[in-house]
Design a protein around this ligand. Structure first.
Ligand SMILES: Nc1ncnc2c1ncn2[C@@H]1O[C@H](COP(=O)(O)OP(=O)(O)O)[C@@H](O)[C@H]1O
Ligand SMILES: [Mg+2]
Length: 207
């Protein structure tokens, strides 16, 4: 599977999700490749902060030729993840063209859902040529145990993509583990963050 994590909004958790989903799959014994398609190179920074042996290679590739370059690279891996750029541009389009699945992280506010409008339009445009593309939203940085507000659910209804059942909570361990180049499964294997990431992996693997 080639999974692109995309949303032009910064700070929604693209990199956090990309590295943790990749780590969860790698810790389960899969061969994983992570492509850092953000010119800022945050996933590369994450890997560089790590003193333990790496779980998977991180390759910096912030160029609009991803869809041409990735198939060859991805052939050696069970799954390839793409940490997307904070723009709706040729690079984002190339990532969508390369992907089997697009995951769109949104924070649990209707403003954040509406802000995904541009990336949704781009995904729909590419979908015209790629009927097999699967796209879904995931709520990230959810505070507390409350249900996702009706305002967020209503805002999502305006879009043609489903919302993942799994939501990712706002949890300090995501930031703390990232500072050490670790995943939440390594930092707190029995914690809620690890449980949510593993649940999301399972959901993504469903047909
Ligand atoms: N679920 C979360 N809980 C707590 N902090 C988070 C969570 N997701 C992201 N963060 C923090 O928010 C900031 C932005 O996240 P990041 O993954 O870099 O977003 P993006 O890649 O979309 O810009 C980082 O400091 C990160 O540690
Ligand atoms: Mg990022």
């Amino acid at each position: 599977m080639i999974l692109a994590v995309l949303n032009q909004k910064g700070g929604v958790g693209k990199t956090t999700l990309s590295v943790n989903l990749a780590a969860a799959m790698a810790l389960a014994g899969e061969r994983i490749l992570l492509i850092d398609a953000d010119p800022q190179g945050s996933a590369l920074d994450w890997q560089a902060a790590r003193s333990d042996e790496s779980l998977f290679p991180v390759v910096g590739m912030a160029k609009p030729t991803l869809h041409k370059d990735i198939p060859k690279l991805a052939a050696d891996y069970a799954h390839t993840l793409i940490d997307g750029p904070p723009r709706v541009n040729d690079l984002a389009k190339s990532a969508i063209l390369a992907a089997d699945v697009v995951l769109i992280p949104v924070q649990p506010s209707p403003y954040d859902v509406w802000a995904a409008d541009e990336i949704v339009k781009l995904i729909q445009e590419v979908s015209l040529y790629k009927a097999s593309l699967r796209s879904l939203f995931v709520v990230t940085r959810k505070i507390g145990n409350t249900a996702i507000g009706r305002d967020v659910a209503d805002a999502l209804k305006g879009y043609p993509f489903p919302l993942a059942d799994t939501a990712i909570g706002q949890r300090v361990v995501f930031a703390e583990s990232a500072a050490r180049g670790l995943s939440v499964m390594e930092a707190e294997p029995k914690g809620s963050a690890a449980r949510e990431i593993l649940k999301l992996v399972n959901e993504l693997m469903e047909p």
